[in-house]
Design a protein around this ligand. Sequence first.
Ligand code: ME8
Length: 514
Amino acid sequence: MSKRFYVTTAIDYANGAPHLGHAYEKVITDVIARAHRALGENVFYLTGLDEHGQKVQQAALAEGKSPQDYCDGLAVSWRDFTAKLGLSNDDFVRTSEPRHKEVVQTILSKLHAEGQFYKTTYSGFYSTSAETFLTEKDRLPDGSFDASWGKVIELQEDNYYFKLRAHQDWIIQYIESNPGFIAPDYRRNEVLGFLKNEVLEDLCITRPAERLQWGIPVPFDQGFVTWVWFDALVNYISVPFAHGDPVIRQALGFGGASSFAAWPADLHVIGKDILKFHAVYWPIMLKAMGLPLPRQVLVHGFWQKEGQRLSKSTGNVIDPLAVIDEWGLDAFRYYLVRELDIGPDGNWTDAGFRARYQSELANGLGNLVNRSLSMIQRYRAGRVPRGTSQLARETAETWDRAVAAYRACALQEAVQQCGALVTRANQYIDQTSPFKIAKDPARAGDLDHILVTLAEVCRALGVLLWPVMPGASEKLQRQLGLESVNTNLSQPPLPLPAGHALGEIFPLFPRKDL
Ligand code: ME8
């Protein structure tokens, strides 16, 4: 039974509409999932919704709905969002599902029985919007708390705590001896800096039920519900548990294993603001449960729009669905991957989006495909002639570099490699002037080589770009007259046989009047 390549996204808070940051994370994870499938792996791609907590309870109340009804409504639009983004996710988790709640409760009971928790009274300052207690370190120089914490109240309450202090040494050692565990490097250094300079405080993992009802009941004390982050992180194992993952079922003391082997996850893709939860708390939770750690936490940056934070209150947002409606899904996915490498922060500008569409998609890839196939249509009655690609070396190099980049999750690099081949092939057309050669019957052989060259470049690009732009890749391959779409990245496609008939030709990325 071979283990699946298991990749996850953060699960989004169910208290608003999806925005560009959500779309970005889900799309890059989808590109990674598709690339691994294209490399022949059995992939399990999980995404979903984080439904519990104070904010959702409040939002539901404000609409006069029960939290469950409120979430059921939102879940419809979030699932719809995954479809609109063209995601190839294999499951979609909602943390209010019984299959998830049962696993959270099992884990709580197990860790409680093993003495990993204790109950104590704490009084301090609490941020209601971040749902967390603040410490002295969170104070500004004037003693107040930053406005980003929202309303801060003084609170005294009993809760259960998870003993984290005992874990500090091994987690430092683990991160140091597994350099690939947190990527990029600067995020790893950030975590190590924190772990080496601060004492790991025990973690409050419950909320009193009198203050918060919308949470998973703590199985050993009715007075409490589970803290939303303890609940949310568990989604990464509750879903494979439900599918019968043998490693997880065994660690939690269950039989009923199936052939579904996913754990440990290969990749948790997350944003930079939730790094500590994934690189410190989650590994500790797993270790306490006796489960192996995920292979990598891959941390992406934050998008801004026109240099400003995305913010609903100031209206500085991008509606991904509106962009997709206007420009098409492929163009949207392309821009996200091409514009921002996984790691640094990015800046969306409408002008930048249009410019890339026009120069790289309409005039670049689209024009190359259209010119190339139209010439085969016109000069060779739509049949690929006999000949040899004169860009075979460049195409093979692009193939190898792009595939290596996909393997390394360097998605921007993969797309740039393809872009360089597009530029090279468009130059080649300008340099070889097939339009002129076509007028000279004595040079029919030269023209054949040029047309074969272009057909082969388009063919390779069609396969290479599939993870990023599945729709455009399929259209391109249909225009090339291929009966089934080739998505295989594990080996370059064989040359088209002489006489192969093209399909119907149409513009891939229509030029837009800007
Ligand atoms: O944090 N640019 O949910 P969330 C890029 N439920 N990414 C962004 C972004 C931006 N402007 N804003 C948010 C949560 N994100 C928790 C996760 S996981 C067990 C629980 C990213 O809806 C953010 O970094 O606030 C996170 O990875 C994801 O969107 C969901 O954020």
